[in-house]
Design a protein around this ligand. Structure first.
Ligand SMILES: C[S@@+](CC[C@H](N)C(=O)[O-])C[C@H]1O[C@@H](n2cnc3c(N)ncnc32)[C@H](O)[C@@H]1O
Length: 392
């Protein structure tokens, strides 16, 4: 886990020697390692030692050995922001005291101002989109999540973090203790450090490798419908949540609804997308009641043979969606061992008459209206089960 220690190089004095404290005192000359692609660093200082509080502290900063700026720090807490693109190290020269000069103690450590946090703002291409650019569905889901769960002081995991890590940036304002995002998409960087207590890591939700009972809260936006073997991922969430910890997920369109095919294919200028009505070649629910051959015939009217092949692969075989029906989600959650606090169907679209007749063949599966599902579950302190049918 990335913490202050991963930035510090020479000349620091840990608050507890050999301990796990994440705060460090500057000694006279202290250096910081600047991670690759860092654009800005925010250094958060606290003036803790009583003798240091009496006077203004001077901090001289050099980048890659060249003088950068000098700061005067007067307040108990202060933040210094440095532009450090292309720099690999930052050297700090600070005023120091020896406790033994002021009191009868034998403490002869050289203590300067205390560094309590480093926020690293990266120029990683995945982060270029910056902050406050949440997509509408993310904004809605985050608002719902935050209205149900407080993340302040909590250890929080997001499953299926977006490409720009926008949700992580947005959630940092709510002061979680730790905030980690994961996604297993091959196009993502292995790791993106966003701040001292916030990072993204390329991991599979079905096998994260995190310690058991580690997280207070797990949340996920528009991802549950994409996770293959969702039962495994939910079991993994159950494992890594601490007893009493919460899972919030907001997702859709799920496979059984009118847009469940999720068509999203582009090839040589041809586009098919479930999000653009005029580019959606599927009549409502047709991915369920037409045979693959019938769909192919339909697609041939609009697209080149290569594009038809690509669409068919994406909709019926690709691993980008899990093809779970509404009832499958209900079953997975009910048998997960998590306590279901809330189960909302937030986006319903009626089934057309022809489809109603055709969809009867699915027997056990009956809900073809619900497109979006929102859940809040809790890991019980003792093993217990709850039944969604009581909630919907
Ligand atoms: C539709 S995107 C949603 C991304 C983002 N949450 C948003 O709202 O824009 C679904 C994401 O789930 C990720 N995903 C699917 N299965 C996963 C798994 N097993 N582990 C981690 N991420 C997974 C995919 O890589 C994809 O980026």
């Amino acid at each position: 886990m990335q913490n202050l220690r991963s930035f510090i190089q020479d000349g620091w004095y840990p608050i507890e020697e050999g301990g796990n404290s994440v705060w460090v005192w500057c000694q006279e000359k202290s250096t910081l390692r600047i991670p690759e692609k860092t654009q800005h660093l925010e250094l958060h200082f606290a003036t803790i030692y009583p003798e240091l509080k009496k006077a203004t502290q001077n901090i001289k900063i050099s980048l890659n050995g060249k003088f950068y700026k000098e700061y005067q720090v007067k307040d108990k807490h202060s933040v210094i922001k440095i532009d450090c693109a292309n720099a690999e190290s930052a050297a700090l020269e600070v005023d120091v005291v020896r406790p033994s000069d002021f009191d009868a103690s034998q403490d002869s450590r050289l203590l300067g101002i205390c560094l309590v946090q480093v926020v690293c703002i990266s120029s990683d291409p995945y982060l270029e989109s910056g902050r406050n650019t949440l997509k509408e569905h993310q904004r809605i889901a985050l608002e719902r999540f935050l209205s149900l769960v407080s993340v302040k002081g909590k250890v929080v995991l997001e499953i299926g973090t977006d490409y720009g890590c926008e949700t992580l940036h947005a959630l940092r304002d709510y002061n979680p203790e730790w905030l980690i995002g994961i996604n297993y998409d091959q196009h993502y960087s292995n790791r993106i450090d966003i701040a001292g207590n916030c990072y993204f890591q390329k991991l599979d939700a079905r096998n994260t490798g995190f310690a058991s009972n580690f997280f207070d809260t797990v949340f996920s936006i528009s991802t549950f419908e994409h996770i293959n073997e969702l039962d495994k991922a939910v079991a993994e969430i159950n494992r890594i949540l601490r007893p009493g910890g919460e899972l919030y997920a907001h997702f859709g369109p799920i496979w059984s609804c009118y847009l469940g095919h999720h068509v999203h294919t582009s090839l040589d200028g041809e586009v098919a997308s479930f999000e653009i009505p005029e580019r959606n070649p599927f009549p409502p629910h047709a991915h369920l009641y037409l045979s693959e051959h019938e769909v192919m015939e339909l697609l041939k009217k609009h697209y080149s043979p290569k594009m038809v092949e690509a669409i068919l692969y994406q909709v019926y075989q690709g691993t980008g969606i899990n093809r779970l029906f509404f009832e499958d989600y209900v079953h997975i959650l009910e048998s997960s061992g998590l306590e279901i606090i809330l189960f909302n169907e937030f986006w319903k679209h009626p089934v057309e008459e022809t489809a109603t007749r055709e969809l009867k063949r699915f027997g056990f599966y009956r809900n073809f209206e619900t497109c979006g599902i929102e859940i809040l579950c809790k890991k019980p302190n003792s093993i217990g089960r709850s039944d969604i049918t009581d909630l919907i």
